[in-house]
Ligand binder design. Structure first.
Ligand SMILES: NC(=O)c1ccc[n+]([C@@H]2O[C@H](COP(=O)([O-])OP(=O)(O)OC[C@H]3O[C@@H](n4cnc5c(N)ncnc54)[C@H](OP(=O)(O)O)[C@@H]3O)[C@@H](O)[C@H]2O)c1
Length: 365
């Protein structure tokens, strides 16, 4: 961690110049762009292809929305070295949210290797900015979680490689190529360590990470309904179906609003308490955001009485047929304490998620 004096000098504000966001067309990236525009930043929204209307029209609409900040759209590709050099020039902060997360059918090894390649390219371009103070990386709770007894509460001090003996070999290096979850978790954890080391070595900027868990909340466009995403699972439930992301649809949902996740990135860049190596779990604000699938089913049924059947796990009367592992438990406490994050109530988040699916006309079967 940096000294206190370093921390205060590297916190940014709109007066420090432009900021850049990678993955700006994506679910989390789009909300980061909007939040920063609301706060008066000059935002360089970096997208892979600015000519695909279904991916950029919602961003272009922000130009007409009367925000205090200014939006510029830049094209760049995470796989291409130097691609972000122009977009990042003179930027005080780079928020790296873009990623090939495996939704596009990448193999586990591609997810793992891709994370290092992509972060390396983005970091190299960011360090050429000439004005970089903060590098904020969207890591994942996957970089924190690992086998623990039920009810264990994870914090930012946990890393996915901890408690190795409990993995019984399942999380070995060999299995990176076999298992997308292992590849994703190990890549996120190791790239986090890579960016903290690079920043410590450079001394001129600080790197920090946001670690989201189950991100849900309103979609800005139909393209945010990516198959295999958590919001997509909610769509299946609202269509009266189960989903295949967890066995039998059974799991403990530990939910955070996409708008809170986005705001935390900016607050991190602006924080005088955060320093190099700071990491913030973005999960449930409190226990109300943690629900087993059957509890989420009941909550959605209460919020959307017009939907005849809400799907989820198999029930016997008002009880689930099978018990679910009680985990992962974790709360966005440090983000509240250090970043001053004030989160949405879970009912607001779930209502806004369903409403956006209805408005985008994506709930028909
Ligand atoms: N959503 C969650 O619950 C969650 C939880 C933990 C961590 N995260 C992390 O949060 C980040 C954003 O996730 P998300 O849910 O917002 O996913 P998303 O909606 O799929 O957004 C990913 C973004 O990355 C861009 N991208 C992918 N490959 C690219 C390339 N080669 N060049 C340029 N841009 C590229 C995508 O652009 P295209 O549209 O052009 O593909 C898209 O804008 C990821 O790093 C993910 O690991 C998400």
């Amino acid at each position: 961690m940096s000294s206190n004096s370093d921390k205060t000098t590297k916190a940014i504000s709109p007066g420090n110049g432009p900021v850049a966001v990678t993955g700006a067309s994506g679910y989390i990236g789009s909300w980061i762009v909007q939040d920063m525009l609301e706060q008066g930043y000059q935002v360089r929204a970096c997208v892979r292809n600015a000519l695909i209307p279904e991916k950029v029209d919602h961003l272009l609409a922000m130009k007409q929305a009367g925000y205090r900040g200014v939006l510029e759209l830049h094209e760049a590709d995470l796989q291409v070295a130097g691609s972000y050099d122009n977009a990042f020039k003179d930027c005080s902060a780079v928020i790296h949210t873009g990623a090939a997360v495996g939704y596009n059918k990448e193999s586990p090894q591609e997810v793992y290797d891709g994370c290092f390649t992509e972060v390396g390219h983005v970091l190299d371009s960011a360090m050429k900015s000439g004005a970089l103070k903060r590098f904020i990386f969207t890591s994942s709770f996957a970089a924190v979680g690992h086998p623990r007894p039920k009810g264990y509460v994870f914090t930012e001090k946990d890393w996915c490689g901890d408690n190795e003996e409990a993995y019984r070999g399942a999380w070995s290096e060999d299995n990176i190529a076999m298992n997308r979850d292992i590849a994703y978790a190990k890549a996120k954890a190791r790239t986090e360590k890579m960016i903290y080391a690079a920043a410590a070595n450079a001394g001129s900027f600080e790197a920090m990470a946001i670690l989201p868990l189950h991100v849900v909340g309103p979609l800005m466009c139909a393209n945010h309904d990516q198959g295999w995403s958590w919001q997509n699972c909610i769509k299946f439930m609202l269509r009266g179906k189960s989903y295949v992301k967890s066995k039998g649809g059974r799991m403990l949902w530990n939910m955070v609003d996409v708008r809170d996740t986005a705001r935390a990135h900016r607050l991190c860049a602006e924080s005088t308490l955060a320093g190099n190596g700071s990491r913030y779990i973005l999960s449930a604000m409190d226990r109300s955001g943690e629900m087993f699938t059957y509890q989420l089913q009941a909550a959605l049924a209460g919020l959307f009485p017009g939907i005849a059947t809400v799907g989820g796990e198999e029930m016997s009367g008002d009880q689930p047929v099978q018990l679910t592992h009680d985990g992962p438990r974790a709360y966005a406490l440090l983000a509240k304490q250090e970043l001053g994050l004030d989160g949405y109530a879970i009912e607001d988040t779930l209502r806004a998620t369903g409403d956006s699916y209805l408005q985008l006309n994506l709930l028909h079967t």
